[in-house]
Design a protein around this ligand. Sequence first.
Ligand code: JCH
Length: 230
Amino acid sequence: MRLDYVTIFPGYFGPLSLSLIGKAIESGRLTVVVHDLRDWAHDVHRSVDDTPFGGGAGMVMKPEPWGEALDALIQPSPARRALIIPSPSGEVFSHRCAVELAGYDQLIFACGRYEGIDARVADYASTIIEVRELSLGDYVLNGGEVAALAMTEAIVRLMPGIIGNPDSLAEESHSATLDNLLEYPVYTKPAAWRGREVPEVLLSGHHAKIAAWRRDQAEALTRARRPDLL
Ligand code: JCH
């Protein structure tokens, strides 16, 4: 998979060389290219923002540098690819969305700043590529970079061959095998710690009982914290 990021803060993407994503890059399964939007701004100040039509506070990202960036990055190709535009007014990104995007050949993340990107950019882009405007959740970030990083991590770990033991993907929160319930609580050694004991059933070696207990715990946790998932 190839991932492109367009941003005015390329430094945000330095941590992609760490941990699991860094290893995916080293192994050649993942290609990451970070682009400075200002490379496509041609005035002396390399401006990427301007005042909003209709008035109001804040600035809006100008369409011209984005148009040039997208024309440079979106070459005609049969590959499965999408332009992802993080936005507080996008559809909410989810595990299901990550599963779907993990099967793509190329994802281009358009990371805005200020009050966002002139709306004509997404409209233009949708004539040449699949466009997804995606939100991380109902809160406002200062720009798209952190949202793009979070989405990247959720997507890349689902790519075939990226996680050593694929069983660890199966039973976690929001995966279909746990009926989209939250994950049950987990424990490791020591069996007693600061007066707290690991639930007896987990030490019993009785696999059917353990599975039933985990299922109960997952349901109770979901009912308490995320009843919207039931
Ligand atoms: C972003 C901003 C006030 C935007 C600029 C680009 C995504 N889930 C999620 N929260 N926030 C974002 C996000 C994504 C891209 C950008 N901003 C800041 C600030 C706004 O009011 C209209 C819009 C925020």
